[in-house]
Design a protein around this ligand. Structure first.
Ligand SMILES: Cc1cc2nc3c(=O)[nH]c(=O)nc-3n(C[C@H](O)[C@H](O)[C@H](O)COP(=O)(O)O)c2cc1C
Length: 175
């Protein structure tokens, strides 16, 4: 009897896309992560999301985010770039639970560094899980050995991210 409701499903989807806000938090040493984050921002805006861009942003920015994407390179030996490291350790110390907040992490690294490959991305991904965030897609690592254009490659990551974000939001609102 209520089957006709499915006809309105595209409208619900449209509302989801128009209303969602995504906050991108960027950590970088040489700027490649900025290029990736900017390309990501442009693409998400073209898909009708509103996007906040932080480089790297504050604890308050993080706590208030509706959806979180962290985009960070790795430096030293599996370490976070200085500025986003400050944010990371503030989060670790104050441990604000972000229960159910959808998050994704994009790491830039270089597999020639061996075991510390994408270490910063991995650290952030684990921390957000500990803070009870909802991982939307698995950690995505761009390897400098495999690609010289992560800012282009990230565009093909976006459709799967949006698809899974929709599912995550649906699952949360059905709880
Ligand atoms: C001094 C130095 C240390 C690095 N250490 C690592 C590392 O431990 N693991 C890793 O995956 N990549 C490491 N990298 C590679 C960078 O993460 C990679 O080149 C990345 O694309 C840089 O992005 P950015 O320009 O946003 O900083 C290192 C690069 C430099 C210059």
């Amino acid at each position: 009897m209520w089957d006709f409701l499915w006809l309105f499903y595209p409208l619900f989807e449209l509302k989801f896309i128009i209303m969602s806000n995504i906050s991108i938090f960027v950590g970088t040493v040489f700027g490649s992560s900025i290029d990736v984050a900017n390309a990501l921002k442009n693409e998400l805006e073209q898909q009708s999301f509103s996007v906040n861009y932080f480089e790297p942003g504050t604890l308050d920015d993080f706590i208030q985010a509706e959806n979180i994407i962290v985009c960070t390179s790795t430096t030293g030996s599996g370490d976070l770039p200085d500025e986003i490291a400050d944010l990371f350790y503030q989060l670790k110390e104050s441990f604000p639970l972000i229960t159910g907040i959808p998050y994704a992490v994009i790491g830039l690294g270089d597999s020639s560094y061996g075991e510390t490959f994408c270490g910063a991305g991995r650290q952030f991904d684990s921390l957000l899980e500990e803070l009870q965030g909802q991982r939307v897609v698995p950690l995505k690592c761009f390897d400098a050995i495999e690609t010289t254009q992560p800012e282009i490659d990230v565009l093909s990551w976006v459709p799967e991210y949006i698809k899974q974000l929709q599912k995550t939001k649906g699952a949360i609102s059905n709880c």
